[in-house]
Design a protein around this ligand. Structure first.
Ligand SMILES: Cc1cc(C)[n+](CCc2c[nH]cn2)c(C)c1
Ligand SMILES: [Zn+2]
Length: 261
């Protein structure tokens, strides 16, 4: 298919460094996590997710992923504890996935990738006035990463996949109220944490990553629904299936990955 030559993201990771030199920086994400090389830090407490008052707004296809956005005028839904010095406000969550039979997580574990990866994006509203400002600060964002492994149907993921039919085209959006992402968490909140970045341009090195060790189980059929989405807009004559929207692992550059107990 003719690559959308104007969309840098669509030309993929190898060319991003030309417009975003930080792509070759010292704290880029994702990374390959090698469990026995992580350092267990007894000072690293548990994370807490206070999502019970969260207010989801809508679900949208932004041409790179499918995103559920939240109201964030106050600390109604925050992540706290673990490596974080402040509560971080939930802003949005989205997914990364592969193509048919190809896995699509961003982080890998000992070189192994999962079918998909869910990112819950939070920002430090104690230190920064806006999400945009926080997204450029070294301690501005906290992203909770959750692996999706294929197996049985996930009883709540249907709420998301049923909505995908409404946002097939890039630029489409539909209401998505009263969804609490707590239903997408695994039973254990044990995690790995390290300092990293956004995984698509502008690739800001502003993310404290918290990656849960335990994946959630979803069915291949449910992952396949994500591949029905399109990178392209309704008005474009070329229809390009949204898949493989993950960045491959980046050099660790001497960073420490810490492990909760
Ligand atoms: C300001 C900002 C810009 C972008 C492209 N993103 C998405 C990049 C991304 C998706 N998954 C990991 N990083 C975020 C989260 C914030
Ligand atoms: Zn992401």
């Amino acid at each position: 298919s003719i690559r959308n030559t104007f969309c840098l993201v669509c030309q993929g990771p190898p060319v991003w460094h030309k417009n975003y030199p930080v792509a070759q920086g010292n704290r880029q994400s994702p990374i390959d996590i090698i469990p026995h090389q992580t350092s267990h830090d007894p000072g690293l407490g548990p994370i807490t997710l206070n999502y019970d008052q969260c207010t989801s707004i809508n679900i949208t296809n932004n041409g790179h992923s499918v995103v559920v956005e939240f109201e964030d005028p106050d600390d109604r839904s925050v992540i706290l504890g673990g490596p974080l010095d402040n509560p971080y406000r939930l802003k949005q969550f989205h997914f990364h996935w592969g193509g048919k039979g190809c896995h699509g997580s961003e982080h890998t574990v000992s070189g192994n990738s999962y079918a998909s990866e869910l990112h819950l994006v939070h920002w430090n509203a104690v230190k920064y006035k806006t999400f945009g400002e926080a997204a450029t600060a070294p301690d501005g964002l906290a992203v909770l990463g959750i692996f999706l492994e294929t197996g049985d149907d996930h009883r709540w993921l249907h709420m998301i996949t049923d909505a995908l039919y409404m946002v097939k085209f890039k630029g489409s959006v539909t209401d998505f109220k009263a969804f609490n992402p707590k239903c997408l968490l695994p039973s254990s909140l044990h995690y790995w944490t390290y300092l990293g970045s956004l995984t698509t341009p502008p690739l800001h090195e502003s993310v404290i990553w918290i990656v849960l060790k335990e994946p959630i189980i979803v069915s291949e059929k449910q992952v396949h629904v994500f591949r029905m989405l399109l990178f392209t807009g309704e008005e474009e004559d070329e229809r390009i299936r949204m898949e493989n929207n993950f960045r491959p692992p980046q050099p660790l550059k001497g960073r420490k990955v810490r492990s909760s107990n």
